[in-house]
Design a protein around this ligand. Sequence first.
Ligand SMILES: Cc1cc2nc3c(=O)[nH]c(=O)nc-3n(C[C@H](O)[C@H](O)[C@H](O)COP(=O)(O)OP(=O)(O)OC[C@H]3O[C@@H](n4cnc5c(N)ncnc54)[C@H](O)[C@@H]3O)c2cc1C
Length: 497
Amino acid sequence: MKEESGSDRIGIIGGGMGSISAAIHLIKNGFNVTIYEKNKNLGGRANIIEENGFRFDVGPSLLNYPWVFEELFEAAGENLNDHLDLIKIETGVKFLWDDGETFSVTSDYPSLSEEVSRLENSNINGLQSFLKINSIRYKIAFEKLLNTNLNNPFKWGARLGLRELSSGSMFKSMYSDLNKHFKSKYIKEAFGSYAMYLGGSPYKIPGFFSILPYGEIAYGLWMPKGGIYSLIEKLESLLIKNNVSIKKNYEISEIVVNQKNEVKGVINNNGNFHPHKFVISNVDLATTHEKLIKKKYAQDFEKVQMTPSVMTFYWGIKKETKFPHHMIFLPNDYKSCFEDLFYNKEFSEDMPFYTSSPSTSDSSLSPKGKSTMFVLVPLPITEKNNQENIYSKDINKIRDKILKKFNKHNIDLSKKDIEFEKVLTPDEWKNKFGLYKTSAFGSSHNLFNIGPFRHRNKSSNIEGLYFVGASTNPGTGLPMVTISGKLVSERIKSDIS
Ligand SMILES: Cc1cc2nc3c(=O)[nH]c(=O)nc-3n(C[C@H](O)[C@H](O)[C@H](O)COP(=O)(O)OP(=O)(O)OC[C@H]3O[C@@H](n4cnc5c(N)ncnc54)[C@H](O)[C@@H]3O)c2cc1C
């Protein structure tokens, strides 16, 4: 085993958004940092495919809560607006159903209230009460719950406040929460569908998470010019400017721990040992425990509920299209499709899916006269981590269903229009980024897996080992893992002071 120097540096395994954010906050606090990334790019799931003049974001396609990223640039002593041009996606998200109904959710209040009034028999009282209660919850979430390392359930409950505790928003479902404000099944289904990314059905995920659709309405949807990956590129240049050492194509195979249960460093798959007093794993938490930590220290994630898997399509289109930037196609049998996805682990024949057409908002993402489209189809995860996902074989079947649905909705896109195609199957997602049971967004956010009940960002049995990213606190999505980077750096700072 060859020993490399650098024990004074903090070693971060993985170079996803959580890692990048942790590195920025750590250097601000005077630490030296080395990032070890197994792939050729930083960014993790927020990655890039560039082919034939088309530029595709691999995972995240929408940026919400832009102030979280502004704060990250500020932590690096920079101004986000000097580095990125954030485009506001004025059209928001268009939801579509097979019976021809649609619902466009935007942050433009007059258009939104017109849409709600159309679906709610000229009544917008429900929209107003929905926005009011969720603006309060949003404040509680970001000012009192998410932005700090909270381990104590009582302190967490106290910060949540009597009003939320007594309203039962953490115990009642998102759907029943939405029911209080809206009569229209279309509005409830659209807002409730955000539960999918949280890893559960809107009939089970806590009602407090109505702050998700609220957050998009209140703060808008954004995309940096050049796509989401431009954010990663700019942040990488800030890491380099601040002397963060970045090792790419560098896969870590083990976190080394001594007899006193202290972390000693990491070993890569060529056997090189890098000593570190502190190691942070940005690798999906369950994978970290299963693959990188010795069995006697590892926790079992077998029973932890995970978010779904995905199949994603990247299409370079021969013609210029102006489809709405974000569309979500919802199924006829909404409730049973969620049951199938999460609990029966079956493929729902009338599958819901999401499309993003980023070249509608930024023509630089495709050659002149052409366009790009990204399609995300949620699929069941595997029962065990060592199994293949049976839906990885269904590329043709799934592509046909998507195109058929377009046809039904008079969306003018067929197979002959697709000049370039790349597909990532659930197993490819798993193998490329180390995702447990092919789960695309990490562990889910049911009541027993949020706040102080979610897996902590610090190992309970290995001194000096920490975690960052989607499966730890506060949760999944780019803004949350960015906050997670800040939290882990604060945790380390407070542990050594
Ligand atoms: C299809 C899809 C769409 C999404 N859409 C959105 C969206 O629109 N908006 C949004 O905010 N969020 C979205 N998300 C969620 C968001 O992408 C994730 O929550 C976030 O990127 C996770 O970041 P992370 O730092 O936790 O981990 P990751 O991005 O997974 O980073 C972990 C890194 O560790 C590396 N790694 C793994 N094993 C090793 C090893 N042994 N050695 C070294 N390196 C290793 C991986 O290669 C990876 O780079 C989406 C996710 C997916 C999959």
